[in-house]
Design a protein around this ligand. Structure first.
Ligand code: FES
Ligand code: FES
Length: 212
């Protein structure tokens, strides 16, 4: 099955603030590979090599992802996480536990953080979906991404896309959050490296960057 719109190409230009778009997305990709290797999780790879969708099981959906409309045929059981990664090529959203425990798969649905592994693709029809890729501002990092880079708020980087989406969701609702609100906002996102002190700082810095 093919999506009807081409994926956005990852550019290679140098961002003005010193972190390249390719470098940032690649770094979280390296984290993904490390986490897959250490956890032994192979389900995403297995799903990727799944056979073609049988016509009798196909359901037509239109997903609005990062302000682009995608018309797709999906199985009713497919998660939004699977469709984003394997059919739309949006691999910034990470596969972790796939059962709502780690937060690695966090995306925004109508501006609210949601676990993409617990959301069916068919449920997401008609909703506004935002992924890590959708936070880019052209070839530059968005404010939350920039703040995470500035505050060194990652180690292995595997949880980072989910943390960034949780913070983005918080700041869309609460532009000037209190420290307790920041802690609560990322409480559903597990960081096994223990980078929380830097993540909290990054969230506060992102609020400043967003306010300009
Ligand atoms: S992959 Fe862990 S909560 Fe979705
Ligand atoms: S930076 Fe490694 S899990 Fe969070």
């Amino acid at each position: 099955m093919k999506k009807e719109e081409d994926d956005e190409k990852i550019g290679q230009c140098q961002c003005r603030r010193g972190v390249t778009r390719r470098g940032f997305l690649a770094s979280v990709g390296v984290g993904a590979m490390a986490a897959l290797a250490t956890s032994g999780k192979i389900s995403a790879a297995a799903e990727a090599s799944a056979p073609e969708l049988p016509a009798e099981k196909a359901v037509a959906v239109t997903l609005l992802v990062n302000e682009r409309r995608h018309r797709l045929l999906v199985e009713p059981r497919w998660s939004l996480l699977y469709v984003l990664r394997e059919h739309l090529g949006l691999t910034g959203t990470k596969v972790g536990c796939e059962r709502g425990e780690c937060g690695a798969c966090t995306v925004l649905i109508d501006d609210l953080p949601r676990y993409a592994c617990l959301t069916l693709a068919v449920e997401a029809e008609g909703r506004r979906i935002t992924t890590l890729e959708g936070l880019m501002q052209g070839e530059e990092l968005g404010p939350v991404q920039q703040a995470f880079a500035e505050e060194d708020a990652l180690q292995c980087g595997y949880c980072t896309p989910g943390q960034i989406m949780a913070v983005e969701g918080l700041l869309r609702a609460r532009p000037q959050p209190a420290t307790e609100e920041i802690r609560l906002a990322v409480s559903g996102n597990i960081c096994r490296c223990g980078a929380y002190p830097h993540i909290f700082k990054a969230a506060a810095r992102a609020a400043d960057l967003k306010r300009g």
